[in-house]
Design a protein around this ligand. Structure first.
Ligand SMILES: [Fe+2]
Ligand SMILES: [Fe+2]
Length: 173
């Protein structure tokens, strides 16, 4: 990773790469998802989203005197779509859709004036405190998959709200 990145960017972008690797391991065998590894991916991704929603975005808001980060609305809609996609059974089209959204979302967070660069710029003397909070963010456990019409409808609406298309056959509801 580029050494010019600040410590928060470094820490969180590393977590993106780690999660990409876990997902890759979960789907490494064609036609079969390793559920145990996929559950590690789901738990890790929900924890990562929690760090952003509960630690980083509120910190930015505090540093800017209550001014909401313009990107925060988009990031939260993306998080809603991503979290919704973690609920149903991971079909091949779901995995393609999830990866596409994550790739775009991670670029926005890691990119110029993204969430992470903004945090590195504004954190000042709070960097170590913040890194400590991120490192000790609670682990999460995940629930079994649910494929009911209500859940598939919620997935469809969360994607629509965030402006994403479901790749392949859309989940019906
Ligand atoms: Fe995020
Ligand atoms: Fe992220």
């Amino acid at each position: 990773m580029n050494d010019s990145f600040g410590p928060l960017t470094h820490f969180l972008a590393e977590d993106h790469r780690r999660l990409e690797n876990v997902l890759q391991r979960a789907v490494a065998r064609v036609g079969r998802v390793d559920q145990g590894v996929y559950d590690q991916f789901r738990a890790g991704l929900l924890r990562h989203i929690g760090m952003e929603e509960k630690i980083l975005i509120p910190a930015v808001q505090r540093w800017t005197g209550g001014e909401p980060l313009p990107l925060a609305v988009k990031l939260r809609l993306d998080h809603g779509a991503i979290a919704a996609l973690l609920m149903p059974t991971p079909t091949p089209s779901l995995i393609v859709t999830l990866r596409k959204i994550l790739d775009a979302h991670n670029l926005v967070e890691e990119g110029p004036e993204g969430l992470y660069e903004t945090c590195d710029k504004l954190a000042g003397g709070e960097i170590e405190l913040l890194l400590g909070k991120l490192r000790t963010a609670p682990s999460l456990s995940v629930l079994p998959h649910v494929d009911t019409p209500a859940v598939l409808g919620a997935v469809r609406r969360a994607l629509d709200r965030a402006g994403y298309e479901y790749v392949g056959d859309r989940p019906s509801s």
